[in-house]
Design a protein around this ligand. Structure first.
Ligand code: EPU
Length: 419
């Protein structure tokens, strides 16, 4: 196993380009099941989760191959299996969104339920209720969801909460269903919008993606398409927090600023310069950081996937910041590790009070999930001496070439083998 070694103290300076969005790429890859023609995707990040998605699709009979560095071709001429195994779904929960497209294409799907997760319970009840509303029979047996429908039919679905995965699963099930489907209280995330864009390119009839009500008029069949995955807004926000904590000056060439309103607002409140110029989006900080209050919310609110990174940054703000996590019930595992590095964080239920500025000192730390890992790296960049982050396989699930990108900005960071 590998670990990341970070020697703190160097301000980040320079220019960086984001990879394609993990959370857009994964469901879009599953959409390849909906057609017998090839789906060619560019700007696909080289990540462990993308590899897991390729493995899953391969097991289902899809010819999945890299055409070049960031382009994949997914060709589901025939679908030869109906099963997404526990092995795959437990490694990557996003595999569960295979249910909708697999069922739509073949009339059958057997998908392992994901089980627990480090950041919260994360049930799939909304996915199931939606698929059921489209006329599928559903049974739970031996840890698997078994879905069966000769032909799905359109329906009206109201989501209890705007779940990203449930919206994507239902969307993919509905595109070839008979008649009209309406998803109310749908997720509005840019990744859902990107999936809808691909489906439309494939011949689907969808309106309202990006709003709370998505309408789908079922079509007989979908065809192949080409699509460029959107840049990763979470990688963007992570780089922004990293630049800010080090008092750096970084330009992100392809930051999707329109997807980062909430993040830019909170960074500006904290005293960070965030400005779009001809070269991209520039993040700079000359003065001290100010404390902020923030609450994670579904898009366009502040993303839960940037909560850990902001918490790390706010350890350096002059005063008390208040962070409330409303999406996942257990997404504060990084707080204890940050405390080991010298942060002063008071936890009360879903709220964390971060009292700054604290002098951070490097320590051996361990993360339980992807974004928590990034939060600890950000803290390490501002800490005295050396931080050693173990279990970086979490990081490799969602950040492409992170050490290379940070090094190119002047960070002193390297990988080493864990003893
Ligand atoms: N929920 C339910 N029932 C459901 C589905 C969700 O109660 O059937 C709850 C969840 O337990 C959670 C909340 O609804 O409390 C939001 O979950 P959502 O379904 O929106 O999240 P997701 O689709 O499982 C995606 C991202 C996550 C990101 C969340 C929220 C992908 C592959 N994953 O997960 O990304 O945090 O949306 O924005 O798109 C990450 O990249 O590190 C990551 C965890």
């Amino acid at each position: 196993m590998e670990k990341m070694i970070i020697h703190g103290g160097a301000p980040l300076r320079g220019t960086v380009t984001l990879s394609g969005s993990k959370n857009a790429a994964l469901p879009i890859m599953m959409a390849s099941l909906l057609t017998s023609e090839p789906l060619v995707l560019s700007n696909v990040p080289r990540l462990r989760d993308v590899k897991t998605a390729m493995d899953l699709l391969t097991q289902l009979g899809v010819a999945a191959r890299w055409i070049d560095d960031h382009r994949v071709e997914l060709h589901a001429a025939k679908v030869t299996s109906h099963e997404a195994s526990y092995e795959l779904v437990k490694t990557m929960r996003a595999s569960f969104v295979v249910l909708g497209p697999l069922l739509a294409r073949t009339g059958r799907a057997r998908v392992s339920t994901p089980g627990g997760c480090a950041i919260g319970a994360r049930p799939v009840n909304l996915h199931i209720a939606g698929i059921r509303a489209l006329g599928s029979k559903i049974q739970f047996r031996h840890g698997y969801v078994e879905a069966h429908a000769e032909k799905l039919t359109g329906g009206r679905i109201w989501l209890d909460s705007p779940s990203v995965g449930a919206t994507e699963n239902i969307l993919m099930a509905a595109v070839t269903a008979r008649g009209r489907t309406v998803i109310e209280n749908a997720a509005r995330e840019p990744e859902v919008q990107d999936l809808a864009r691909v489906l439309v390119k494939m011949g689907a009839k969808i309106s309202g993606a990006g709003t709370h009500v998505i309408e789908i008029e079922g079509v007989e069949r979908l065809h192949g398409a080409e699509h460029e995955v959107i840049p990763d807004r979470i990688e963007a926000g992570s780089m922004m927090a990293a630049a800010a904590i080090t008092g750096g000056d970084v330009t992100i060439t392809n930051a999707p600023i329109e997807h980062l309103e909430a993040v830019a607002t909170k960074l500006r409140e904290a005293g960070v310069t965030v400005e779009a110029n001809g070269k991209g989006v520039r993040i700079a900080r000359n003065n001290g950081l100010k404390p902020v209050e923030l609450r994670t919310l579904p898009y366009p609110g502040f993303p839960t996937d940037l909560q850990a990174q902001m918490m790390a940054m706010l350890t350096q703000a002059d005063g008390s910041s208040v962070i409330t996590e409303t999406i996942f019930e257990n997404r504060f595992m990084h707080a204890q590790e940050l405390a080991r590095m010298g942060a002063d964080i008071l936890m009360k239920g879903p709220t964390a009070v971060v009292r700054g500025p604290s002098k951070l000192s490097g320590a051996p730390v361990m993360a339980t999930d992807l974004r928590a890992s990034m939060g600890l790296i950000i803290a390490g960049l501002a800490a005295e001496h050396t931080t050693e982050l173990s279990r970086i396989y979490h990081l490799d699930r969602g950040y492409e070439a992170l050490d290379a990108k940070l090094s190119s900005l002047g960070a002193r960071i390297e990988r080493a083998q864990e003893q």
